[in-house]
Design a protein around this ligand. Structure first.
Ligand SMILES: [Zn+2]
Ligand SMILES: [Zn+2]
Length: 363
């Protein structure tokens, strides 16, 4: 799916243009305006997904660079199944929720009345090796999880519960909303029972009726090679649990910064600055340079090398995000010019200057 095509905007479109295009397309295909039209519903879901990608700078950037609409961590199958693939299980509810949230409707109620917990964002700093080659990170996170005592109901197990009178046990209340954009039937979660349809006779003493409790956990996250600062990896359903019958939000692992050490990054390539002496530049020499793998690599600087010359060590750069292979390691030569010289050195330089190979034609 090309999200730009879906929304009918070009690649240089501003955030405002994208939002406008999304609004127009979502309004046109909204299920309440096209009852029973399955194709409109599919288009509605599609534009919501496209907007989800293009409204998020790091995902838009990832799409522009790599042509994928997934989160940076998503395409690597590594035991999480499809858990954090943004497109698996993206249904009408998700599209409805996105629509409601983006246009200021009550976020308490999506089409199905399912309550989703808040996302948890954890920032991590990577070292060069992790960013270049990928790896596995264990992160500690404190989240709200479903209460172990009452299984999230919020009710004291022994005392039991009774049917909510507000919603007659359905857990939802529907209403018609009139807005500038038109009229919509919105189904909201019942505020009295929180969507469970039941009122506990006595609250659970462990969670005081909230249905969730705080818990620290350690989670292992696989990092694909080639991540950049600003990218994040989304782990679906690993965020805060809202309690009751809701579903947990997502855990977002945000790449805060990357320590490149002695290197500089240029897309998938790494640049290593190597300072050599003037005689070495003229006569040529061999050097050992570090690589992101931790190995030391040999490089031969040819005779007659000028400052700024780059020598390429193929496939020793950054891993390519979502693709095979690696970028290159570029060794960039700088030539040391001494600030002060001894008398004897000055004599030698004066001789060199008169010597034909060292003559430079200039005015
Ligand atoms: Zn509880
Ligand atoms: Zn209720």
């Amino acid at each position: 799916m090309n999200p730009y095509e879906v929304l009918g905007v070009d690649r240089s479109a501003s955030a405002e243009d994208i939002k406008k295009a999304y609004r127009t397309a979502a309004m046109k295909n909204h299920p309440d305006r096209n009852p029973g039209d399955h194709k409109a519903e599919e288009r509605f879901k599609k534009v919501a997904r496209a907007y989800e990608v293009l409204s998020d700078p790091s995902r838009r950037d990832a799409y522009d660079r790599y042509g994928t609409t997934e989160d940076p961590g998503a395409s690597h199958g590594h035991g999480m199944g499809g858990m954090h693939d943004i497109f698996s299980g993206f249904g009408l509810d998700d599209a409805m929720r996105a629509f409601m949230e983006n246009f200021g409707f009550s976020s308490g109620g999506s089409g199905s009345g399912v309550v989703k917990g808040e996302d948890v964002t954890v920032k991590v700093d990577l070292d060069l090796e992790e960013a270049a080659l990928g790896g596995r990170r264990e992160i500690e996170v404190e989240r709200n999880v479903s209460c172990g005592e009452c299984s999230g109901t919020g009710a004291d197990n022994a005392a039991g519960s009774e049917t909510c009178r507000q919603c007659n046990g359905i857990g939802k209340v529907s209403s018609i909303r009139n807005t500038l954009l038109g009229s919509f039937r919105t189904v909201n979660r019942c505020h009295v029972c929180g969507g469970s349809g039941k009122i506990p006779k006595k609250l659970c003493s462990n969670c005081r009726g909230r249905g969730f409790e705080k818990k620290k956990s350690t989670i292992a996250v696989d990092l694909p090679a080639g991540l950049s600062a600003g990218h994040y990896i989304r782990l679906r359903g690993q965020g805060h649990h809202p309690g009751q019958s809701g579903i947990p939000g997502d855990l977002k692992l945000l790449i805060n910064k990357i320590d490149y050490g002695l290197f500089r990054r240029e897309e998938d390539d790494l640049v290593y600055p190597l300072t050599i002496s003037y005689p070495q530049a003229v006569l040529g020499a061999e050097f050992a340079v570090p690589s992101p793998d931790g190995d030391s690599l040999r490089i031969k600087v040819d005779s007659g090398t000028s400052a700024g010359t780059r020598f390429k060590l193929k496939h020793h750069g950054m891993g390519r995000l979502h693709r095979r292979g690696r970028g290159d390691l570029l060794v960039e030569v700088d030539i040391h010019v001494p600030g002060k010289v001894k008398r004897r050195e000055k004599e030698l330089l004066n001789k060199l200057e008169e010597s034909p190979s060292f003559k430079v034609e200039n005015s």
